[in-house]
Design a protein around this ligand. Structure first.
Ligand SMILES: *Cc1c(COP(=O)(O)O)cnc(C)c1O
Length: 334
């Protein structure tokens, strides 16, 4: 797995810390809970998308692009991080924001990520829900190319084989950290959405023969569709890396029991997970992804899925800026 063959720009503070969570572990009575702090990747308050953007924008620059086009939900962390990376590199940036959630809440519509998007000078266009948003972004990019712009289109969440390389890289980083401190990792758990994080991790950990299973906790799709999306991206990422033999279908596991009513809609378990991590560890999770991911992990622990001596690493994928879009929910959950 030779990642240095691919163009890349340095955007992240890395390696991110791998920390033990003693008080959350004690509160739940084990397993031993660790956290990989990819909320602390630096640029624009951090998060997992910065990892993917190192390779995506490396490719954009190599192609001579001067204008980045992408898409996401109104409170998209991916869009905020893309806008910041573009600003840092002196590129123009346009994003299509989908009104994926029906709401008139001005905190959701204007605070959090949207506020930072505006500060970053992002060009924003809105779309009604239910469209094929990647097709919308491609169409926008094509129209801009026809008008003479040098455009690079990034799909939602930065999830394509190029973006997934960022998490193949994290597999290397995490394994080196675990080996350094003598930590046997029994499972890696994280929130899975547009699939790039899980696909990159699975490909990297399989290529390294790590023996570390990955569990994605879904935030949007039902299990079948989520696993199929992740596995498909695993295959194309493995191919890009020149790995022989493909990726085992069984290496892709998603649990989609913690979505609740839908993407971005709060659940009681998410509220509890946020307060537990804040009050026991001083760690803020986010309401859309890592909060539901941790809610799933906590529930599985309570249902006896783990033994006390197992070491579980939760990948914190960031997104805390989104907390400010959920002020009413968080005020009552606190
Ligand atoms: C995008 C995102 C995820 C999901 O990652 P995917 O690669 O889209 O599956 C998880 N957590 C946060 C905070 C995110 O912004």
């Amino acid at each position: 797995m030779h990642l240095a063959r691919f163009p890349r720009v340095k955007l992240c503070h890395a390696p991110t810390p791998l920390e033990f969570m003693p008080r959350l572990t004690a509160h739940l009575g084990g397993p031993q809970l660790w956290i990989k702090r990819d909320d602390a990747t630096g640029l624009a308050t951090g998060g997992n998308k910065n990892r993917k953007l190192e390779f995506l924008l490396g490719e954009a620059l190599a192609q001579g692009a001067t204008h980045i086009v992408t898409q996401g939900a109104v409170q998209s962390n991916h869009v905020r991080q893309t806008a910041a990376a573009a600003a840092k590199l002196g590129l123009k940036c346009t994003a299509l924001l989908e009104h994926r959630i029906k709401t008139n809440d001005t905190d959701y519509l204007e605070s959090g990520n949207v506020l930072l998007d505006r500060m970053l000078g992002l060009n924003i266009e809105y779309r009604e829900p239910g469209l094929d948003m990647n097709a919308e972004a491609e169409a926008k990019g094509a129209a801009m190319r026809a008008a003479g712009e040098k455009v690079y289109v990034i799909p939602g969440g930065g999830s394509n084989p190029t973006g997934a390389l960022g998490y193949a890289h994290v597999a290397l980083e995490l394994l080196a950290q675990a080996n350094e401190i003598g930590l046997r990792i029994d499972q890696l758990v994280h929130a899975t959405g547009s699939a790039g994080t899980q696909a990159g991790l699975v490909v990297g950990l399989e290529a390294l023969n790590s023996g570390i299973p990955v569990l994605g906790i879904g935030v949007r799709n039902p299990r079948d569709r989520q696993e199929a999306n992740v596995h498909k991206l695993c295959e194309s990422t493995a191919e890009k890396l020149g790995l022989k033999g493909g990726i085992r279908r069984e290496a892709v596991v998603a649990n989609c029991d913690y979505v609740g009513e839908g993407y971005g809609i709060p659940t009681a378990g998410m509220g509890e997970a946020l307060m537990l991590c804040a009050r026991l560890e001083g760690i803020f999770l986010d309401p859309v992804y890592s909060g539901k991911g941790m809610a799933g992990l906590i529930d599985l622990i309570r249902k006896g899925h783990y033994t006390q001596d197992q070491n579980i690493v939760f990948l914190h994928t960031g997104g805390q800026v989104g907390l400010f879009g959920y002020r009413d929910f968080l005020t009552s959950a606190a």
